[in-house]
Design a protein around this ligand. Sequence first.
Ligand SMILES: Cc1ncc(COP(=O)(O)O)c(C=O)c1O
Length: 217
Amino acid sequence: LIAIANPNNPTGCIASTDDLLRLAAEVPSAAVLVDEAYFEFYGRSVLERRKECANLFIARTFSKAYGLAGLRLGALVGGADQMSVLRRMCSPYNVNGIALACLSEALNDRVYVEQYVRDVLESRARLERTLENAGITFWPSQANFVLMKAGSTPGAAVEFAERLRKRGVLVRDRSSDFGCEGCVRITLGTRKHTDRLIDALLQTLDELQIPQGAAQS
Ligand SMILES: Cc1ncc(COP(=O)(O)O)c(C=O)c1O
């Protein structure tokens, strides 16, 4: 099994549909799972071209743009014969009835999801502009979060996250992820959340005396 999150977590980077299909075609004996948990914030999917590769599977979740993490709802798409094998192995009760009853309501409420995604995309652009102006290294993102470098040591990320926490803003220390030493991941929300985040972020950068460009390496 080769699993690829697209957009990726925690960087928010993407792989092109052509590259993903080329990879799947190169390894016909492996199952290639493209995890599109953040699809709504990116807008592109391999779904339309799934039939080009029999070994391609696509996963989606209702935990992100739909805000339904507590319901534990997701979807897996693959070729009919592949899916029939998977069905034999998975629990017949892998989705609970109440969650399923909520699903059609959630799918029908397009206005909510579209508005939420618009808010997040606007917030993402605002945060990226703020980081750029402050000279902070970050990874331009296609998801609902941005990974930024708080310093060059794991301690820098802990300190940064703690100072933001004291200001009521929770960010994730991602220092233990491969290649992410000193990095924190900031998840975006509504405009109001972003006003508060940017305020707290600028105060924290100032407090830690991270001058322009100092977090870059
Ligand atoms: C790439 C990716 N896939 C899946 C998930 C989790 O989804 P779920 O809540 O449906 O388990 C996450 C959550 O952080 C994620 O980053």
